[in-house]
Ligand binder design. Structure first.
Ligand code: ADP
Ligand code: MG
Length: 664
């Protein structure tokens, strides 16, 4: 009896979902769209954010029988969006996430034998080509959010275009939220464009009279003003990253406390990539009666995620953007003004369910004269080493003449080839070596993969994959509670005794393992348990990959030099020597610093190698390790000569011209 009640409840929930699906702008075009897909191999689909492209098209295709012939892949540029839409679609289809509908992001595969609709990051689909160059198990590939022009999506354009003639039964859909689809169409010789008309509501756009000195504060003040003076409707604030969002959350909580009971409750919902997924779901929960929701989001809410009932958008006009200097090989993440196209997208998020208002925290003349029309595609402002290794593994050699939608700068390609050559992944002819083939198996940056591959020689692969796993979770291992700062600092520094440097991350990992993955231990040492669990998970996967490439898992924990030499084998291009109280990098000399939070800051060793540089107030080395300079010559004789590691600054750098032949 109870079972029946449950079943009928589930049925009515599904019916309600079906009703909702029918209200989406894409629904009236369902049959026409399926017909167009049937008739053309490549179709460009354009529709405003929220029209139902991501969640509906794969379901329509499934209903039309495409999944009988193979999987449907739908790519997303962002991890959070990938998980979120997969969860939504599994709910709409009334199936368990990971069964018929699943997702795949780096180090997390939530699919099974049953999976027929697979949401995945664009990076994951790119890796899929390594195992299955013709994507034989897929019947449809939908490159979604194509307007974002991420590096992986741009590379995928080329890869799917290449296989299309060999897979006439494979359907390729390129979907985009912006109307400039001609470029996509032209690239695919030309492919027809299917437009899903939007249902637009008017959006009133407000500018400030003068530039704001502190956009974060201005955003908070504006949100509070809207809350106190404007009719009901939720607020969406675009900020640049986790730190800003956390600050804004704290200040908003503090300031709303003093507002008294006459003012409605303000429900604050942050959303950014590293937010745990159970908290991410909160942005989709309906706002309680009488309350107002304010969503503090990164660019993720610009087009990847649609949040219903937003009526007010606050746009400070900035985002975090990667930029790359091919000359020095330096990559940085900088807060940068957005483009006009981005500003338009942001404004539109307010008008989905009714007339909206957008508050731009910059003057109209700034918008007109200072903002670029469009964001530069990532392929033109990023490090290409990873992608070049991938393409070489796929046998694509002539990169300079490859058919890119927008070509990367030749200098950046050259730099990538140089680095891969230095790491031993390519030979002098620019061909993939055995080492390169092994490196490509790991879904990591080439320097990290090289470190792992090299650990075989030093019989310390066990330690090295722990380090790689810990480095892969980024900067979120230690936290620092305000009331226990000294305690937290001491806990962190404890792991640094013995001068291992920041790769003492290994010590953190090992201690955790020794203590049997204890939660209490994490708490006592001010370490995020979530990060540690993730590291364990990543480490297990790396161990699996080691097995696949037949590198033995061997431990050599007492030999610190062996571990450091493995690290050096991957990171030798990033060495620095102490000079006048700071450091100079050896190649492309520039002044850098050890981060004050690092255990090495007090030791100040003469030579270090570092994992990455981050620019905050200064150029800081993140995760540095002490080393002996003669190792550089021992491990990378083709890159360093004795005189480099003596006291004069390096003169011999690899000259671009030497590599001219690599490209031809
Ligand atoms: P598009 O891809 O065209 O931007 P989507 O398919 O993502 O549109 O969204 C269609 C609808 O599904 C929107 O109304 C959105 O609110 C809803 N939706 C999408 N993801 C979720 C989710 N995780 N939870 C609740 N609703 C969602
Ligand atoms: Mg979408």
């Amino acid at each position: 009896m109870g079972d029946l009640v449950e079943k009928s409840k589930a049925k009515s929930a599904l019916e309600a979902v079906l009703e909702e699906r029918k209200k989406l702008p894409i629904y009236p075009y369902r049959d026409e769209l399926l017909k167009a897909i049937d008739e053309h191999q490549v179709l460009i689909i354009v529709g405003e954010t929220g029209s139902g492209k991501t969640t509906q098209i794969p379901q329509y295709l499934h209903e039309a029988g495409y999944t009988k012939r193979g999987l449907i892949a739908c790519t997303q540029p962002r991890r959070v969006a990938t998980m979120s839409v997969a969860a939504r679609v599994s709910q709409e289809m009334g199936v368990k996430l990971g069964h018929e509908v699943g997702y795949s992001i780096r180090f997390e595969d939530c699919t099974s034998d049953k999976t027929i609709v697979k949401y995945m990051t664009d990076g994951m689909l790119m890796r899929e080509f390594l195992g299955e160059p013709d994507l034989a198990s897929y019947s449809v590939v939908m490159l979604d959010e194509a307007h974002e022009r991420t590096l992986s999506t741009d590379i995928l354009f080329g890869l799917v275009k290449d296989i299309a003639p060999f897979r006439p039964d494979l359907k390729l859909l390129i979907s985009s939220a912006t109307l400039d689809a001609e470029k996509f169409s032209d690239y695919f010789d030309p492919a027809p464009i299917f437009k899903i008309p939007g249902r637009r509501n008017p959006v009133e756009i407000n500018f400030t009279k003068a530039p704001e000195a502190d956009y974060l504060d201005a955003a908070i003040v504006t949100a509070l003003q809207i809350h106190v003076t404007q009719p009901p409707g939720d607020i969406l604030v675009f900020l640049t990253g986790q730190e800003e969002i956390e600050t804004a959350e704290e200040i908003l909580k503090h300031r709303t406390r003093g507002l008294g009971t006459k003012i409605a409750e303000l429900m604050i919902c942050p959303i950014y990539a590293n937010l745990p997924s159970e908290l991410q779901a909160k942005i989709f929960e309906p706002t309680p009666e009488g309350a107002r929701k304010v969503v503090l989001a990164t660019n993720i809410a610009e087009t990847s995620l649609t949040i219903d009932r937003i009526k007010y958008v606050i746009d400070p006009g900035f985002c975090k953007m990667k930029s790359y200097n091919p000359r020095t090989g330096m990559e940085s993440l900088l807060i940068t003004p957005i483009s006009k196209a981005s500003a338009m997208q942001r404004a539109c998020r307010s008008g989905r369910t009714g007339p909206g208002k957008c508050f731009r925290l910059y003057p109209a003349y700034n918008f007109q004269s200072d903002l670029d029309d469009n964001t530069i595609p990532e392929i033109q402002r990023t490090n290409l080493t990873n992608v070049v290794l991938m393409l070489k593994s796929l046998g694509i050699n002539d990169l300079l003449h490859s058919d890119f939608m927008d070509p990367p700068p030749a200098e950046a390609l050259l730099k990538a080839l140089e680095l891969l050559f230095a790491l031993g992944a390519l030979n002098k002819l620019g061909e993939l070596t055995k080492v390169g083939r092994l490196m490509a198996e790991f879904p990591l940056d080439p320097m990290l993969s090289k470190m792992i591959v090299a650990s075989e020689n030093y019989t310390c692969s066990d330690e090295i994959i722990s380090i790689a796993a810990m480095l892969s979770i980024g900067n979120s291992i230690f936290y620092c509670p305000k009331d226990k700062q000294v305690h937290a600092d001491n806990a962190r520094l404890n792991f640094h005794s013995g001068n291992v440097g920041d790769h003492a991350l290994m010590k953190v990992y090992n201690s955790w393992k020794e203590i049997n993955y204890s939660t209490q231990w994490c708490y006592e040492n001010c370490i995020h348990i979530r990060s540690m669990k993730r590291a364990t998970d990543i480490r297990d996967q790396l161990a699996g990959l080691l097995e696949r490439v037949e590198i033995k898992l061997t431990s050599n924990s007492s030999d610190l030099d062996a571990i450091k030499k493995s690290i050096t084998s991957g990171f030798f291009p990033q060495s620095a020597r102490s000079q006048n109280g700071s450091y100079r990098t050896v190649k492309h000399p520039q002044t850098v610093h050890i981060h004050p939070s690092s255990g090495l800051a007090h030791v100040h060793p003469r030579w270090v190698i570092y994992h990455e540089l981050v620019l905050t107030t200064k150029e800081y080395m993140r995760q540095a390790t002490e080393l002996s300079p003669d190792w550089l010559v021992e491990i990378a004789p083709h890159y360093y000569q004795l005189k480099d590691v003596e006291d004069s600054v390096s003169k011999k750098t690899l000259r671009g011209l030497e590599f001219y032949f690599l490209l031809h």
